[in-house]
Design a binder for this molecule. Structure first.
Ligand code: DOR
Ligand code: ZN
Length: 425
């Protein structure tokens, strides 16, 4: 099968390409990137990408696919299709399933399901501790053999520093990153939103930013001590950005991610009492957003990850305090983040790096590159097309997002995974 993608603005951060070119795909692999005349007759399929951007397929290193156990909210089939519609070709899924992915059997199950029913690539993340209870280390070595690419207790924090140290000792040997959900549970208490003016005004319990900063600092110290690669999940506040920046300058092997919702929504969104604005960590302040954007610009924050967290209506569409934390994000991430480009905060190749090249590198998986010989994982999008995200457009099995009704600028046209068109709009 030979595919030609012609006339697009081809961006490849790995090769420093940002130019009008043609991409040639053969048998699922990038064959060449050329300028000039190509005979269309030599191809089985031709996509005219005139006026579009052609980039490496997006890589999301933090999603919840809910399978096994919570298939009512999402499955590997629906979650990967939602990802494809958002321009993603690779997802790494968190272990807070039911049962928890804390053993090689669950890892193997996810891998098999993804192969049979997924439309894009799925890499499982194993848990750090048994049942994500924070006490006893999970079978990390066995899960690694079964196919995990990292470990995380995402959704809960490993409060016991000794346990975290041991996890890092192991993962250093295995050369995989530990992905940290940083949140001191004692400082968080019963908090449901950011602690500050609005939590007081709304009469809701607050989660202070320091509950995150303290654990970021601890895990950086442990990373320094053990030499283990440590990735800070969903950074939400200015203080975390500051300590991560210091750690990087000291040469500590730490990386970090930010979500689109922490970049584009403040705690003020909670004044609607819309449970879709309840996320963990909570939406913070303008000052925090400024620091997060600065972190993206200067390389302190390495990537953008969605923390796509589907929840069924029964668990989400209830009183704010009782509602589960999390929002879906795969379908809106690119359009939302293109605002950073339209506002001249960062340039387009940098955004592609943040949403594709860098997360692939952190996980040590293929992707994020249009180099010859690499898998043909490609997204083609219109930088400027306007559209409105609405309930009837949602692909994910769950509809929990506060972005419904929002006008977006930038739209995915084609998503290609291993040379196969898996999404077309
Ligand atoms: O808001 C969140 N939802 N944050 C997390 O860390 C977990 C996630 C979930 O699994 O729903
Ligand atoms: Zn998460």
């Amino acid at each position: 099968m030979k595919l030609l993608i012609k006339n697009g603005r081809v961006i490849c951060p790995v090769q420093n390409i940002d130019d009008k070119k043609d991409v040639i795909v053969e048998d699922g692999i990038i064959k060449d990137i050329v300028t000039g005349t190509v005979n269309e007759k030599d191809f089985d399929k031709v996509i005219d990408a005139g006026g579009m951007v052609v980039a490496p397929g997006l890589v999301d290193m933090h999603v919840h696919l809910r399978e096994p156990g919570h298939e009512g909210a999402e499955t590997i089939a629906t979650g990967t299709l939602a990802g494809a519609s958002g321009g993603y070709t690779t997802l790494a899924c968190m272990p807070n399933t039911h049962p928890v992915n804390d053993n090689p059997y669950v890892t193997a199950y996810i891998k098999t399901k993804a192969k049979e029913e997924g439309v894009i690539k799925v890499y499982p993340i194993g848990s750090i501790t048994v049942g994500q209870a924070g006490e006893q280390l999970a079978e990390i070595g066995e899960m690694l053999k079964a196919g995990i690419v990292a470990v995380s207790d995402d959704g809960s924090c490993v409060m016991n520093s000794y346990v975290m140290r041991k996890a890092m000792d192991y993962c250093k040997q295995f050369n995989i990153p530990v992905i940290d959900h940083c949140e001191d549970t004692n400082l968080k208490g019963e908090g449901v939103m950011n602690e500050g003016y609005y939590s007081m005004k709304l009469g809701l319990r607050g989660v202070p930013a320091v509950s995150e900063e303290i654990m970021v600092s601890r895990d950086i110290a442990l990373s320094d001590h053990t030499g283990c690669k440590t990735h800070i999940a969903h950074v939400s506040c200015a203080g975390s950005v500051r300590v991560i920046s210091d750690a990087k300058q000291a040469g500590i092997p730490v990386t970090a991610e930010v979500t689109p919702h922490h970049l584009f929504l403040t705690e003020e969104a909670v004044t609607t009492y819309d449970p879709n604005t309840k996320v963990n960590p909570p939406l913070r302040t303008e000052k925090d957003i400024k620091a997060l954007k600065q972190g993206l610009k200067n390389g302190t924050i390495d990537c953008i990850a969605t923390d796509h967290a589907p929840h069924s209506m029964e668990k989400k569409d209830i009183e704010f305090q009782l509602s589960k934390s999390g929002m879906i994000g795969l379908e809106t991430a690119l359009s939302l983040c293109l605002k950073l480009v339209h506002d001249n905060d960062i340039n387009l190749p940098t955004l592609i790096k943040l949403m594709s090249t860098n997360p692939a590198k952190i996980l040590g998986v293929k992707g994020g590159s249009l180099k010859k010989g690499e898998p043909a994982d490609i997204v083609i999008f219109d930088l400027n097309e306007e559209w409105t995200y609405s309930d009837d457009k949602i692909i994910s099995k769950s509809k929990n997002t506060p972005f419904k009704g929002q006008k977006m600028r930038g739209k995915v046209k084609h998503t290609i995974c291993d040379g196969k068109i898996v999404w077309q709009s």
